[in-house]
Ligand binder design. Sequence first.
Ligand code: ADP
Ligand code: MG
Length: 244
Amino acid sequence: MSDAMIDISGLGKSFGALEVLRDIDQQVATGEVVCVIGPSGSGKSTLLRCVNLLEEPTAGSITVDGVELTDPDTDIDTVRRRIGMVFQQFNLFSHLSVLSNLTVAQRKVLRRGKAEAESIARENLHRVGLADKADAMPPQLSGGQQQRAGIARALSMNPDVMLFDEPTSALDPELVGDVLAVMRGLAEEGMTMLVVTHEMQFAREVADRVLFMDGGGIVEQGPPAEVIGAPREERTRSFLARVL
Ligand code: ADP
Ligand code: MG
């Protein structure tokens, strides 16, 4: 047993004959920010999707805050609601106001009353700089605002862990900074975060640790100054030469 918030042991994932993740061992401490970098197809999204069981691992185990996700007796929904996930695509309900987007799951899943759910939603909109957008409809927002609303929605469930899968990759360049600033704020508040990103500057400044993935495995990991600043592995160097 360890006191890691996320404890991944011997994780493997195959789709049929295609082995996408192999033998991943990884502990993420409470409050730690880990950025995952690597080429397209290296398994980054699959790793994140295994951590909230959007994909079922084919080998190994994953424990989040002491609860083993991979144990068949574990109630997946109970664990999953403690893990916030933000994707590249914003996934807001376009026919619901921003406020309603933030209260639906609170009410249905956490059974919070209307007033409480709305109060928590407004707090989190404030937290991401969208206090004045509660009554807006998602299509009226910029991509960056929609993504921040998505983050606020995830935070409204009081997650212990936040997973981000390329949250700024679909955004116009001038909108990226506001989303990264929100994520940086969360990191500073002590949120445990696993972040797949191509934003190397963000990874350098915010990550406690960087994982470089290639071919379904972790090739190199360590503090950003080492993995990004002075990579040991040739595969890491050639990847960074392409993205930096
Ligand atoms: P990354 O996020 O690093 O780009 P992914 O985790 O999305 O990589 O994908 C890793 C590999 O797994 C790729 O070869 C991809 O085609 C494959 N893959 C991902 N999801 C599926 C799936 N549902 N079925 C079959 N293959 C998949
Ligand atoms: Mg991906």
